[in-house]
Write a protein that binds this ligand. Structure first.
Ligand SMILES: Nc1nc2c(ncn2[C@@H]2O[C@H](COP(=O)(O)OP(=O)(O)O)[C@@H](O)[C@H]2O)c(=O)[nH]1
Ligand SMILES: [Mg+2]
Length: 598
């Protein structure tokens, strides 16, 4: 029996494969007949069709950034292939499938040519990959890489298994979080990775809820257990299980692992250590799962996605059809009514923008309070130690050395955790407010769709997945944020010309002043970094809010205007259009019902 519990997959057998294949062909045919308006949905269906035919199963590793996703994949492949780092690295989804040797192909958004490894130059594979999938080699994806495909001879990849490395959610890099959401419709099952400290965050639970909605199977791994003793590991697993319980109908199995130790064991061929790392159990469970349930899960995932795409196309079709059926004057009137409803929407949107700005101000005020608390604490903790040297030490040179040493250790020890806890506090507050704003904006978008639906007497379909905004991201931890270097200017007072007493007094004053300045400078850096992140998250959120709403309005308006145009043109033409639309709708409805098993 597999360690991963069965998720109650019901579709099975070759008969259902044959049926699903046929349904896809019908749906694609139907959308092809409808022309360019439906080309995006058609292209997506074609990709699903291809995957189903090839039995290409996408198992994605998902989770927050830095949980060890890439390390885990490297351990499973037995190869130090994907870049891993303490900084966010994987900005691009990477698909790893079976091949007799290692090759890499890089795809771009803005051109159809691809880049390929091995190349003519002598670059290593790691260097080649780093140029595309790391933030350092390809900052903010300026090279417009859409995805990377790697082929690898690892046995685990046989029989159509494709492992997918994803950028994490919750990273400072917003585009990573976006990609982590956009990848979900392409995945069939997921390994969801968490690690202790903290075991699981609010953002992860939200992400997981989306994953559960879209993917038929999810497996849970607690990574980095090498940080924990047996007791702590047990407590972590228990806590995780309780957090996951509501999402998973019952306590899910969470396997504890150390991907890093596993990778090392694989590279050294140490089977005992491989077993100890927990990775052997993961590998065996995956092999069992692939053997027993891969085909079923693939079919379930593809059937679900097909159903979603067909439902969306059906709604678009219904809107065109209802519009077409109406007399031209009536259509004009309703279109006008829709237009008239827009200013109210725009007013509400403006109100939403104002609320957002107010919320940002509130979080900034909260940040200022926290920063003052921090300043006080830093003074108590660091300056009191400095002051001790200033009082006790007689020799000015020795005093200088001691103060510098104290500042250097204390800066790191105080500010690193202080930064983390302040950032966490601000993150929680920002996430709470942004999620309220998101609910408001989702309601507004729904309102527009509902107005359109009511005007044209068509049933209202809630969107498959609401717009998802990336929440506030804590700034990346970097030592550059803090400095312990004191001002080197004007130090030395010549021993020759001044008495030691005078030199000591001057040194005390200068060190006191510099320590204060340095401490304030570090506080300002923290404040500035968090303020930047806040501004950026709220700004992005605001612009996405406008964009989503704009798109919904534009799409609805376009469907009506197209209908209006057609009804204005020749009536015979129009009745022909109506017949073909009606036929298409019937076809889609039939497929939908048979997909839903009705
Ligand atoms: N201690 C420990 N560190 C790990 C483990 N797995 C990964 N890491 C480290 O965590 C950091 C992030 O790993 P990476 O695989 O890049 O995470 P990703 O962002 O989720 O892909 C790296 O420094 C890894 O070496 C583990 O099992 N134990
Ligand atoms: Mg990674």
């Amino acid at each position: 029996m597999s360690d991963f519990q069965s998720g109650g997959v019901s579709i099975s057998t070759t008969e259902s494969l044959r049926k699903l294949t046929e349904q896809l062909v019908q749906a694609i045919d139907c959308l092809t007949g409808l022309g360019d308006d439906y080309s995006t949905s058609r292209a997506e269906l074609e990709l699903l069709q291809q995957r189903l035919a090839e039995g290409r199963f996408h198992l994605a590793v998902l989770g927050q950034f830095k949980r060890g996703k890439s390390t885990l994949l490297n351990a499973l492949l037995g190869d130090d292939l994907l870049p891993t780092d303490i900084l966010p690295v994987t900005a691009i989804p990477t698909f790893i499938s079976s091949g007799s040797e290692i090759t890499v192909r890089v795809y771009f958004f803005d051109r159809s040519e691809t880049d390929y490894f091995p190349t003519d130059d002598d670059r290593s594979l790691a260097a080649f990959l780093a140029d595309y999938v790391t933030e350092a080699g390809n900052p903010h994806n300026q090279h417009q890489v859409s995805r990377v495909e790697i082929s690898h001879p690892a046995a685990l990849l046989h029989q159509g298994v494709v492992l997918v490395d994803t950028p994490g959610i919750g990273s400072t890099l917003k585009h990573n979080t976006e990609v982590a959401h956009q990848i979900l419709p392409q995945c069939d099952a997921a390994l969801f990775l968490v690690s202790p400290d903290p075991p699981i965050t609010e953002i992860e639970l939200e992400y997981l809820a989306q994953i559960k909605q879209q993917l038929p199977r999810t497996f849970y791994l607690l990574n980095k257990v090498d940080f924990l003793n047996a007791e702590e590991q047990l407590a972590s697993l228990k806590f995780l299980a309780s957090q996951l319980e509501t999402l998973c109908d019952g306590e899910p199995q969470v396997l504890p692992i150390s991907a890093r130790r596993g990778l090392q064991a694989r590279l050294e061929g140490d089977s005992h250590a491989w077993n100890e790392s927990g990775m052997q159990r993961v590998e065996q469970s995956l092999i069992d799962f692939f053997a027993r349930e891969k085909q079923q899960t693939l079919q379930t995932a593809i059937a679900r996605r097909t159903l979603d795409l067909i439902s969306d196309a059906g709604m678009q079709l219904q809107l065109s059809l209802s519009a077409l059926k109406l007399p031209e004057a009536e259509l004009q009137r309703r279109l006008e009514q829709f237009r008239l409803s827009l200013p109210a929407v725009e007013r509400e949107q403006q109100a939403a923008v104002d609320v957002l700005a107010g919320d940002l101000k509130r979080v900034i005020a909260r940040l200022a309070e926290e920063i003052e608390v921090l300043r006080k604490k830093a003074k108590q903790q660091i300056l009191s130690q400095v002051e001790e040297h200033l009082v006790v030490v007689e020799d000015p040179e020795q005093m200088e050395r001691l103060v510098h040493a104290t500042i250097a250790t204390e800066t790191e020890q105080f500010f690193a955790p202080a930064m983390r806890s302040t950032a966490e506090l601000i993150r929680q507050e920002a996430t709470r407010l942004l999620s309220l704003n998101q609910q408001r904006s989702n309601r507004l978008i729904e309102q527009v769709r509902q107005t359109a639906a009511e005007l044209f007497d068509i049933p209202y379909h809630a969107p498959a997945a609401g717009a998802s905004y990336s929440p506030f991201a804590v700034p990346a931890w970097s030592n550059d944020l803090f400095t312990s270097d004191m001002d080197p200017l004007g130090q030395r007072l010549s021993r020759k010309f001044f008495t030691r007493k005078y030199r000591r007094k001057r040194t005390v004053n200068r060190l006191r002043e510099e320590s204060r300045k340095l401490l304030n400078r570090n506080i300002e850096q923290i404040s500035w970094a968090l303020r930047q992140s806040l501004d950026e998250s709220f700004r992005q959120f605001g612009s996405e809010l406008g964009e989503q709403l704009g798109k919904t309005i534009a799409a609805t308006r376009k469907a009506m205007e197209v209908a209006l145009e057609r009804s204005e043109s020749h009536s015979r033409e129009s009745s022909k259009t109506e017949i073909s639309l009606r036929k298409a709708l019937q076809v889609l409805e039939d497929i939908k019902h048979s997909l839903a098993g009705e």
